[in-house]
Design a protein around this ligand. Structure first.
Ligand SMILES: NC(=O)c1ccc[n+]([C@@H]2O[C@H](COP(=O)([O-])OP(=O)(O)OC[C@H]3O[C@@H](n4cnc5c(N)ncnc54)[C@H](OP(=O)(O)O)[C@@H]3O)[C@@H](O)[C@H]2O)c1
Length: 254
Protein backbone atom coordinates (compact mmCIF):
# COMPACT_ATOMS: atom_id res chain seq x y z
CA UNK A 1 0.00 0.00 0.00
CA UNK A 2 1.30 3.48 -0.74
CA UNK A 3 0.07 6.89 0.28
CA UNK A 4 -0.59 9.34 -2.57
CA UNK A 5 -1.81 12.37 -0.70
CA UNK A 6 -1.17 14.63 1.20
CA UNK A 7 2.35 13.13 1.08
CA UNK A 8 3.55 10.34 -1.22
CA UNK A 9 4.94 7.43 0.78
CA UNK A 10 5.82 3.92 -0.45
CA UNK A 11 5.52 0.64 1.44
CA UNK A 12 3.17 2.04 4.02
CA UNK A 13 1.78 -0.05 6.85
CA UNK A 14 -2.01 0.46 7.13
CA UNK A 15 -1.61 0.64 10.90
CA UNK A 16 0.51 3.78 10.55
CA UNK A 17 -1.78 5.19 7.88
CA UNK A 18 -4.86 4.98 10.09
CA UNK A 19 -3.38 5.27 13.56
CA UNK A 20 -5.44 7.84 15.50
CA UNK A 21 -3.40 10.90 16.49
CA UNK A 22 -4.81 10.83 19.98
CA UNK A 23 -5.88 7.27 20.90
CA UNK A 24 -7.69 8.57 23.98
CA UNK A 25 -9.86 11.08 22.13
CA UNK A 26 -13.44 10.12 21.20
CA UNK A 27 -13.50 9.13 17.55
CA UNK A 28 -16.22 7.54 15.42
CA UNK A 29 -15.11 6.16 12.08
CA UNK A 30 -17.36 4.72 9.42
CA UNK A 31 -15.53 2.11 7.38
CA UNK A 32 -17.11 0.99 4.10
CA UNK A 33 -16.23 -0.39 0.68
CA UNK A 34 -18.00 0.69 -2.49
CA UNK A 35 -17.78 0.21 -6.24
CA UNK A 36 -17.01 3.18 -8.47
CA UNK A 37 -20.74 3.42 -9.26
CA UNK A 38 -21.36 3.92 -5.53
CA UNK A 39 -22.79 0.44 -4.87
CA UNK A 40 -22.19 -0.69 -1.29
CA UNK A 41 -23.05 -4.32 -2.04
CA UNK A 42 -21.90 -6.77 -4.68
CA UNK A 43 -24.29 -8.40 -7.18
CA UNK A 44 -25.31 -10.95 -4.50
CA UNK A 45 -26.22 -8.30 -1.92
CA UNK A 46 -23.10 -8.95 0.17
CA UNK A 47 -19.68 -7.31 0.32
CA UNK A 48 -17.46 -10.33 -0.39
CA UNK A 49 -16.97 -9.56 -4.11
CA UNK A 50 -16.40 -5.85 -3.56
CA UNK A 51 -13.26 -5.62 -1.43
CA UNK A 52 -9.89 -7.19 -2.21
CA UNK A 53 -7.08 -8.19 0.18
CA UNK A 54 -6.07 -4.55 0.76
CA UNK A 55 -9.59 -3.66 1.85
CA UNK A 56 -9.59 -6.67 4.16
CA UNK A 57 -6.33 -5.42 5.65
CA UNK A 58 -7.79 -1.96 6.24
CA UNK A 59 -10.98 -3.50 7.67
CA UNK A 60 -8.94 -5.54 10.15
CA UNK A 61 -6.71 -2.60 11.00
CA UNK A 62 -9.61 -0.25 11.77
CA UNK A 63 -11.19 -2.98 13.85
CA UNK A 64 -7.95 -3.58 15.73
CA UNK A 65 -7.50 0.12 16.51
CA UNK A 66 -10.98 0.49 18.05
CA UNK A 67 -12.41 -0.05 21.51
CA UNK A 68 -15.78 -0.83 19.95
CA UNK A 69 -16.99 -2.22 16.63
CA UNK A 70 -20.47 -0.84 15.96
CA UNK A 71 -22.69 -2.74 13.51
CA UNK A 72 -26.28 -2.42 12.36
CA UNK A 73 -28.38 -5.51 13.04
CA UNK A 74 -29.21 -5.75 9.32
CA UNK A 75 -25.54 -6.15 8.43
CA UNK A 76 -24.95 -8.63 11.23
CA UNK A 77 -27.86 -10.75 9.96
CA UNK A 78 -26.97 -10.42 6.27
CA UNK A 79 -23.23 -10.97 6.62
CA UNK A 80 -23.49 -13.62 9.36
CA UNK A 81 -21.39 -11.65 11.83
CA UNK A 82 -19.38 -13.50 14.46
CA UNK A 83 -17.22 -12.20 17.31
CA UNK A 84 -14.33 -9.85 16.50
CA UNK A 85 -11.26 -12.00 15.91
CA UNK A 86 -8.01 -10.15 15.39
CA UNK A 87 -4.76 -11.12 13.74
CA UNK A 88 -2.35 -12.04 16.49
CA UNK A 89 0.19 -9.28 15.80
CA UNK A 90 -2.52 -6.61 15.63
CA UNK A 91 -4.19 -7.96 18.74
CA UNK A 92 -1.30 -8.08 21.13
CA UNK A 93 1.53 -5.67 20.38
CA UNK A 94 -0.38 -3.01 18.58
CA UNK A 95 -3.48 -2.79 20.73
CA UNK A 96 -1.16 -2.42 23.70
CA UNK A 97 0.44 0.52 21.94
CA UNK A 98 -2.93 2.30 21.88
CA UNK A 99 -3.85 1.27 25.41
CA UNK A 100 -6.74 -0.87 24.18
CA UNK A 101 -8.22 -3.96 25.83
CA UNK A 102 -7.26 -7.31 24.29
CA UNK A 103 -10.15 -7.34 21.82
CA UNK A 104 -12.77 -4.80 20.76
CA UNK A 105 -16.36 -5.37 21.82
CA UNK A 106 -19.01 -5.67 19.15
CA UNK A 107 -22.10 -3.52 19.67
CA UNK A 108 -25.14 -4.29 17.52
CA UNK A 109 -27.74 -1.57 17.00
CA UNK A 110 -31.28 -2.94 16.82
CA UNK A 111 -34.82 -1.64 17.37
CA UNK A 112 -36.52 -4.98 16.74
CA UNK A 113 -34.08 -7.18 18.75
CA UNK A 114 -34.68 -9.87 16.10
CA UNK A 115 -31.34 -11.47 16.98
CA UNK A 116 -30.60 -15.11 17.70
CA UNK A 117 -29.17 -15.49 21.24
CA UNK A 118 -27.65 -18.86 20.23
CA UNK A 119 -25.63 -17.42 17.32
CA UNK A 120 -21.80 -17.30 17.59
CA UNK A 121 -21.79 -13.51 17.83
CA UNK A 122 -23.22 -13.99 21.34
CA UNK A 123 -22.27 -17.54 22.27
CA UNK A 124 -18.57 -17.24 21.32
CA UNK A 125 -17.88 -13.59 22.11
CA UNK A 126 -15.17 -12.47 24.50
CA UNK A 127 -15.70 -9.70 25.53
CA UNK A 128 -19.48 -10.18 25.42
CA UNK A 129 -21.31 -8.62 22.50
CA UNK A 130 -23.53 -5.70 23.44
CA UNK A 131 -26.83 -4.64 21.90
CA UNK A 132 -27.90 -1.01 21.77
CA UNK A 133 -31.68 -0.70 21.68
CA UNK A 134 -34.47 1.51 23.00
CA UNK A 135 -37.06 1.27 25.78
CA UNK A 136 -39.82 0.51 23.26
CA UNK A 137 -38.14 -2.72 22.12
CA UNK A 138 -39.86 -6.07 22.78
CA UNK A 139 -39.49 -7.04 26.45
CA UNK A 140 -39.67 -10.71 25.51
CA UNK A 141 -36.79 -10.50 23.02
CA UNK A 142 -34.78 -8.43 25.47
CA UNK A 143 -35.23 -11.10 28.14
CA UNK A 144 -33.92 -13.73 25.72
CA UNK A 145 -30.82 -11.70 24.92
CA UNK A 146 -29.93 -10.53 28.41
CA UNK A 147 -28.27 -13.79 29.52
CA UNK A 148 -25.84 -13.66 26.55
CA UNK A 149 -25.37 -9.94 25.86
CA UNK A 150 -25.01 -6.58 27.54
CA UNK A 151 -28.23 -4.83 26.53
CA UNK A 152 -27.93 -1.04 26.58
CA UNK A 153 -31.04 1.13 26.34
CA UNK A 154 -31.08 4.66 24.95
CA UNK A 155 -34.23 6.45 23.85
CA UNK A 156 -37.94 5.66 24.11
CA UNK A 157 -39.51 4.54 20.87
CA UNK A 158 -36.32 5.00 18.80
CA UNK A 159 -32.68 4.40 19.62
CA UNK A 160 -31.13 7.68 20.74
CA UNK A 161 -27.70 7.37 19.16
CA UNK A 162 -26.16 10.39 20.90
CA UNK A 163 -27.10 9.07 24.31
CA UNK A 164 -26.29 5.50 23.26
CA UNK A 165 -22.78 6.35 22.08
CA UNK A 166 -22.11 8.24 25.31
CA UNK A 167 -23.13 5.12 27.27
CA UNK A 168 -20.99 2.87 25.07
CA UNK A 169 -17.94 5.11 25.52
CA UNK A 170 -18.42 5.27 29.27
CA UNK A 171 -18.30 1.50 29.54
CA UNK A 172 -16.06 0.43 26.65
CA UNK A 173 -13.78 3.29 25.62
CA UNK A 174 -13.57 6.28 23.30
CA UNK A 175 -12.82 4.89 19.86
CA UNK A 176 -15.61 3.39 17.76
CA UNK A 177 -15.29 1.88 14.29
CA UNK A 178 -18.67 1.49 12.62
CA UNK A 179 -18.79 -1.19 9.93
CA UNK A 180 -22.19 -0.13 8.58
CA UNK A 181 -24.53 -0.79 7.07
CA UNK A 182 -26.07 2.00 5.06
CA UNK A 183 -29.14 2.53 7.31
CA UNK A 184 -27.09 2.79 10.49
CA UNK A 185 -24.57 5.04 8.72
CA UNK A 186 -27.35 7.40 7.69
CA UNK A 187 -28.73 7.53 11.25
CA UNK A 188 -25.28 8.28 12.65
CA UNK A 189 -24.64 10.97 10.04
CA UNK A 190 -28.04 12.55 10.70
CA UNK A 191 -27.26 12.55 14.42
CA UNK A 192 -24.00 14.43 13.64
CA UNK A 193 -21.78 11.98 15.53
CA UNK A 194 -19.51 10.73 12.75
CA UNK A 195 -15.94 12.04 12.73
CA UNK A 196 -14.36 10.11 9.87
CA UNK A 197 -15.38 8.22 6.77
CA UNK A 198 -12.92 5.59 5.53
CA UNK A 199 -13.94 4.35 2.10
CA UNK A 200 -12.31 1.72 -0.04
CA UNK A 201 -13.13 2.46 -3.65
CA UNK A 202 -13.12 -0.91 -5.39
CA UNK A 203 -12.14 -0.84 -9.07
CA UNK A 204 -15.44 -2.17 -10.41
CA UNK A 205 -18.89 -1.09 -11.51
CA UNK A 206 -21.38 -3.35 -9.76
CA UNK A 207 -24.15 -2.37 -12.12
CA UNK A 208 -27.07 -3.22 -9.87
CA UNK A 209 -29.30 -0.11 -9.79
CA UNK A 210 -31.00 -1.15 -6.54
CA UNK A 211 -27.72 -1.71 -4.65
CA UNK A 212 -27.59 0.44 -1.50
CA UNK A 213 -25.18 3.37 -1.19
CA UNK A 214 -22.83 4.01 1.72
CA UNK A 215 -25.45 6.02 3.58
CA UNK A 216 -29.07 5.40 2.69
CA UNK A 217 -31.18 8.53 3.09
CA UNK A 218 -29.70 11.71 4.52
CA UNK A 219 -31.86 14.78 5.13
CA UNK A 220 -29.21 17.00 3.61
CA UNK A 221 -25.75 16.60 2.01
CA UNK A 222 -22.85 16.04 4.39
CA UNK A 223 -19.68 17.97 3.44
CA UNK A 224 -16.46 15.98 3.65
CA UNK A 225 -12.90 17.13 3.95
CA UNK A 226 -10.35 14.82 2.28
CA UNK A 227 -7.65 13.79 4.69
CA UNK A 228 -5.63 11.12 2.88
CA UNK A 229 -5.52 8.95 -0.23
CA UNK A 230 -3.70 5.64 -0.55
CA UNK A 231 -3.60 2.96 -3.23
CA UNK A 232 -2.34 -0.59 -3.71
CA UNK A 233 -1.28 -2.70 -6.69
CA UNK A 234 -4.82 -3.97 -7.28
CA UNK A 235 -6.00 -0.41 -7.98
CA UNK A 236 -8.13 -0.18 -4.85
CA UNK A 237 -8.18 3.38 -3.54
CA UNK A 238 -8.30 4.02 0.19
CA UNK A 239 -9.93 7.35 0.93
CA UNK A 240 -10.11 8.90 4.35
CA UNK A 241 -12.37 11.87 4.94
CA UNK A 242 -13.16 14.02 7.93
CA UNK A 243 -16.75 15.17 8.33
CA UNK A 244 -16.39 18.90 7.64
CA UNK A 245 -18.53 19.91 10.62
CA UNK A 246 -16.33 17.80 12.94
CA UNK A 247 -13.08 19.53 11.90
CA UNK A 248 -11.35 20.64 15.08
CA UNK A 249 -13.22 18.11 17.27
CA UNK A 250 -11.38 15.23 18.97
CA UNK A 251 -8.75 13.50 16.86
CA UNK A 252 -8.69 16.03 14.02
CA UNK A 253 -5.10 17.07 13.74
CA UNK A 254 -3.38 14.43 11.65
N1 LIG B 1 -20.09 -1.85 1.56
C1 LIG B 1 -19.89 -2.04 2.84
O1 LIG B 1 -18.80 -1.77 3.35
C2 LIG B 1 -21.01 -2.59 3.68
C3 LIG B 1 -20.90 -2.56 5.07
C4 LIG B 1 -21.94 -3.08 5.83
C5 LIG B 1 -23.08 -3.59 5.20
N2 LIG B 1 -23.13 -3.62 3.87
C6 LIG B 1 -24.32 -4.18 3.19
O2 LIG B 1 -25.46 -3.43 3.53
C7 LIG B 1 -26.61 -4.27 3.53
C8 LIG B 1 -27.41 -4.04 4.80
O3 LIG B 1 -27.91 -2.74 4.74
P1 LIG B 1 -28.81 -2.13 5.91
O4 LIG B 1 -29.01 -0.69 5.63
O5 LIG B 1 -29.98 -3.01 6.15
O6 LIG B 1 -27.80 -2.32 7.12
P2 LIG B 1 -27.81 -1.94 8.66
O7 LIG B 1 -27.82 -0.48 8.85
O8 LIG B 1 -26.68 -2.72 9.18
O9 LIG B 1 -29.12 -2.61 9.22
C9 LIG B 1 -30.34 -2.00 9.37
C10 LIG B 1 -30.92 -2.52 10.65
O10 LIG B 1 -30.03 -2.18 11.74
C11 LIG B 1 -30.75 -1.66 12.82
N3 LIG B 1 -30.57 -0.21 12.83
C12 LIG B 1 -29.86 0.54 11.98
N4 LIG B 1 -29.91 1.83 12.35
C13 LIG B 1 -30.68 1.89 13.44
C14 LIG B 1 -31.14 2.95 14.29
N5 LIG B 1 -30.79 4.20 14.06
N6 LIG B 1 -31.93 2.63 15.33
C15 LIG B 1 -32.28 1.34 15.55
N7 LIG B 1 -31.90 0.31 14.81
C16 LIG B 1 -31.11 0.58 13.75
C17 LIG B 1 -32.20 -2.04 12.54
O11 LIG B 1 -32.28 -3.36 13.00
P3 LIG B 1 -33.62 -4.07 13.50
O12 LIG B 1 -34.33 -4.41 12.21
O13 LIG B 1 -33.13 -5.27 14.24
O14 LIG B 1 -34.36 -3.10 14.33
C18 LIG B 1 -32.27 -1.95 11.02
O15 LIG B 1 -33.33 -2.69 10.48
C19 LIG B 1 -26.13 -5.69 3.42
O16 LIG B 1 -26.39 -6.14 2.11
C20 LIG B 1 -24.63 -5.59 3.67
O17 LIG B 1 -23.93 -6.53 2.92
C21 LIG B 1 -22.14 -3.11 3.08
Amino acid sequence: MRALWPQAHHGLDPWALYRPDDPDAPLLRLNMVAGVDGAATDRHGHTAELGGPGDWEVFRTLRAQADVVLVGAGTARREGYGPARLRRDLAARRRDDLGRARRPAIVLVSRSLALDPASPIFAEADPPTAVLTCAGASAQRRARLEPVATVLTAGGDHVDLVDGLARIRQVMGPMITCEGGPSLNASLLRAGVVDELCVTLAPQLVGVPSAPRLAGGLDEPAALSLRQVAIDDTGELYLRYRLAHREGAGDAHG
